[in-house]
Design a protein around this ligand. Structure first.
Ligand SMILES: Cc1cc2nc3c(=O)[nH]c(=O)nc-3n(C[C@H](O)[C@H](O)[C@H](O)COP(=O)(O)O)c2cc1C
Length: 183
């Protein structure tokens, strides 16, 4: 059975939920998964894996530092083990900011580390004003003001389109399918 290893970089937990959803959906295709939460300083573990997927949250204009460091290491292993990328951010609320070409964080991540992912997508994350510290709340209010979202400082809105997450998982499962047939 092929194995997809998912690495999640999360600050507030929503990206971990997306990784869990990808895992559950991949497993419906008869592939195995395991999820690891990046702590910083992690090395890609390719043992037994047919694909490594990085699922990473964006904060302050970049993926979390643990994800950036991990992406650099993925560049070194992608020749032998295929990689996939999923970005989680509020910019992807907009339908025209979700592909590897259109999402600035994903595009820059790929360019910076010269990655060649078999699948890459940006998912809309969660807005959770009550959870944020004062300074973060003001920062998000500013981003929301610029991008036409709620600026009230109290809203909790999950923007994630779960069916798109499922489609991404389907792509990952399809990418390891020939291995399944061979094995
Ligand atoms: C302090 C802070 C900064 C953020 N910066 C950005 C940003 O620069 N661009 C963006 O699109 N989303 C930004 N977001 C939105 C997060 O990417 C989104 O809330 C995501 O769901 C967080 O995932 P997590 O729960 O796994 O940490 C930010 C959120 C917070 C709290």
């Amino acid at each position: 059975m092929p194995l997809i290893r998912l690495y999640a970089a999360t600050h507030d937990g929503h990206t971990a939920r997306i990784a869990e959803r990808i895992s559950a959906r991949v497993e419906t295709h008869g592939a195995a998964t395991d999820i690891r939460v990046l702590q910083g300083g992690d090395e890609p573990d390719t043992a037994g894996a047919d694909l490594l997927a990085l699922v990473a949250a964006v904060r302050y204009g970049k993926h979390l530092p643990a994800a950036e460091a991990f992406a650099a290491k993925l560049a070194a292993i992608q020749q032998s083990t295929p990689v996939a990328l999923a970005s989680v951010c509020l910019t992807a609320r907009k339908p025209n900011k979700r592909t590897a070409e259109e999402n600035p964080y994903l595009r820059k991540l790929i360019a910076r580390h010269q990655l060649n992912p078999v699948a890459a997508h940006a998912f809309a994350g969660k807005l959770d004003y009550p959870r944020y510290r004062f300074v973060d709340r003001q920062m998000i209010r500013l981003i929301m003001w610029i991008t036409g979202g709620p600026t009230d400082g109290v809203s909790v809105i999950e923007y994630t389109d779960w069916s798109t997450v499922d489609s991404f998982a389907d792509q990952l499962a399809a990418a390891v399918e020939p291995v399944a047939k061979a094995g």
